[in-house]
Design a protein around this ligand. Structure first.
Ligand code: CA
Ligand code: CA
Length: 441
C-alpha cells in the first residue's frame, strides 16, 4: 500500500511511476506522474486508488491504466491530461478481463483533441473483454470524453457513464464495443481557478450536490481528506458533488484585530483581514455594525470613538450568504489633560534697561502664585545679589514692575532676574537676562 506518497517516473516507454501487480493493494492520498502509464495495474484481484492526483502528459499515455486487471476501483481522484493521454484506460488482455469502476473523478485535459477521459479497449485477441463504469465524475476539456473500442464481432469493450458531466460530442465507439450513458450533464463545472490548477468547485457550481448517493465506488473522503456528501447548496439534504472534491459550505470565521483601549476621539483601526473561510474561492464581504445602527463596510474600519465602552460587531459573509460574527469592545478613554507649568515666559522688558527708566519683569503664571525675583549682576565672572522684588500675582500674564527709582540706582552691566513663583502646592523657577545701560551715576 502506498499512502501519502509523491512518486514520479521519467518519460521512458513501457514504464510506470506506480505499478500495482498484486491484489488487495491501495494507493491513497498520493501524487503520481510520469512513465508511459503513471499508474499501471495488472493485479488479478481488487485494488483501490483513492484521493490521488495523477499527472499524465508528454509521452505518458494514461494516468491510470488497467492491463487485464480484474477489479480496480478508482475514487475521488484528479487526473490531469496533456499530449494524447487518457485518464482511465481499461485494456483487456487474453483470458484476463479488465474491470474498472471509477467514481468521483475530476479528469481535465488542456483542450487538445488527442486526450481521452475514460476508455475501454479490447484488442484483436480471443477471450478478451474490457469494461469501465464511471459515475459522479467530471470529464473536462478532453478531446473525447468516452471511448470504447473493440474488434467487430469480437468480445466486447463496455463503457458505462452515469451521472457525470462531460461533452459527449466526440465520444467514440467502434466494432462490438458498447457505450451506455445516463443522467448526463454538460454544465460549466465552475472550478475555483482551473488556470492555476485549482479544480475544486466554486460556490456557484451547479455540480455541487449533483452526485448520486450510492456511486459505483463507495465514496469515503473527498480529495484533500475532507468529508464527502456535504449539503453544499440550499436544497435540503446532503449529496455528493461531482468530481474529486466536495464543496464544504463552510461558515466564515470572523476575526477582529485592534486595540481594546484607545484614546477617545482619535481615529483607531480595526482590522478584519484575518477573517477566513475554508471554502476555496469564497470571497468575503465585511460589515461593521456600531451601536445605534451605524454601519460600515470593508475589511478595515477606521473610526474615532466617544469616551466609554463601544461594542463593535463584525459580520463576515461568504457568497452563499453564510455568515460569521465577531464582536470587539473598544474602551475609549479621555487622556488626562497635560498640566501646564506654573511659571513660563519670564523675561525683562526692555532687555536693555536705561537707568532711571521704567522696566518690568513679565511672566506667565498658570495658577495664582507669589513671584519673587532676585536681580543678580555679573561681577568679575560671578553672579552677585543686587536687589529683590516681590509681588503676589493672579494666574495669567503677570508683571512685576521695577520702580523707576530702583532702575536709577542699578549699576550698569549684565543682569539676570532669578525668579521664583510659589503657589499653594508648588513652586517653579526661571531666569531672565537683561542689561542696564546709560550714564554712570
Ligand atoms: Ca455536496
Ligand atoms: Ca463558505
Amino acid at each position: 500500500m502506498l499512502r501519502r506518497s509523491d512518486v514520479s517516473a521519467g518519460a521512458t516507454p513501457d514504464t510506470s511511476a506506480v505499478s500495482i501487480q498484486g491484489p488487495a493493494t491501495a494507493l491513497e492520498d498520493s501524487v503520481v506522474s510520469g512513465g508511459s502509464a503513471a499508474v499501471r495495474v495488472t493485479a488479478l484481484g481488487p485494488t483501490l486508488i483513492a484521493r490521488a492526483r495523477v499527472e499524465a502528459a508528454g509521452v505518458t499515455e494514461a494516468a491510470v491504466r488497467c492491463d487485464g486487471c480484474n477489479g480496480l476501483d478508482v475514487v475521488s481522484s484528479e487526473l490531469r491530461l496533456g499530449g494524447a493521454a487518457r485518464g482511465i484506460e481499461s485494456r483487456g488482455e487474453p483470458y484476463r478481463p479488465a474491470v474498472v469502476d471509477a467514481s468521483q473523478l475530476t479528469v481535465v485535459g488542456r483542450g487538445s483533441d488527442a486526450t481521452v477521459g475514460v476508455a475501454a479497449v479490447t484488442p484483436q485477441a480471443p477471450y478478451t473483454t474490457a469494461s469501465v463504469q464511471v459515475d459522479n465524475s467530471i470529464l473536462h476539456r478532453v478531446g473525447r470524453a468516452l471511448v470504447a473500442t473493440a474488434p467487430a464481432g469480437g468480445p466486447g469493450a463496455v463503457v458505462t457513464a452515469v451521472r457525470s458531466n462531460y461533452d459527449p460530442a466526440a465520444n467514440l465507439v467502434t466494432g462490438s464495443a458498447q457505450l451506455t450513458q445516463s443522467l448526463r450533464t454538460t454544465l460549466d463545472p465552475r472550478f475555483v481557478d482551473a488556470a492555476r490548477g485549482d479544480l475544486r468547485l466554486a460556490h456557484d457550481s451547479q455540480l455541487i450536490d449533483l452526485g448520486r448517493a450510492a456511486p459505483f465506488v463507495a465514496a469515503g473522503s473527498a480529495l484533500g481528506g475532507l468529508p464527502r456528501a456535504v449539503d453544499g447548496n440550499w436544497v435540503p439534504g446532503a449529496a455528493p458533488d461531482l468530481g474529486a472534491y466536495e464543496y464544504q459550505a463552510a461558515v466564515p470565521v470572523a476575526r477582529i484585530a485592534g486595540p481594546a483601549r484607545v484614546p477617545a476621539w482619535l481615529p483607531v483601526t480595526l482590522d478584519a483581514t484575518r477573517s477566513s473561510d475554508s471554502d476555496a474561492g469564497d470571497a468575503l464581504t465585511f460589515t461593521w455594525i456600531l451601536p445605534g445602527g451605524e454601519r460600515a463596510t470593508g475589511p478595515v474600519l477606521t473610526r474615532a470613538f466617544a469616551p466609554g465602552r463601544t461594542p463593535v460587531t463584525l459580520n463576515v459573509t461568504d457568497p452563499t450568504g453564510r455568515r460569521g460574527t465577531a464582536t470587539h469592545v473598544v474602551d475609549a478613554v479621555v487622556a488626562p489633560a497635560a498640566v501646564p507649568p506654573l511659571l513660563s515666559g519670564a523675561r525683562v522688558a526692555p532687555r536693555e534697561v536705561r537707568r532711571g527708566r521704567r522696566a518690568e519683569l513679565r511672566l506667565v503664571l498658570a495658577r495664582p502664585a507669589r513671584a519673587t525675583a532676585f536681580l543678580q549682576r555679573r561681577v568679575d565672572g560671578r553672579w552677585r545679589f543686587e536687589r529683590r522684588v516681590q509681588r503676589p500675582l493672579p494666574a495669567g500674564a503677570g508683571v512685576v514692575p521695577f520702580v523707576r527709582g530702583m532702575t536709577a540706582t542699578l549699576p550698569r552691566g549684565r543682569y539676570r532676574a532669578f525668579v521664583t513663583a510659589r503657589g499653594d502646592q508648588e513652586s517653579a523657577t526661571a531666569k531672565a537676562r537683561f542689561r542696564v545701560v546709560g550714564r554712570r551715576h
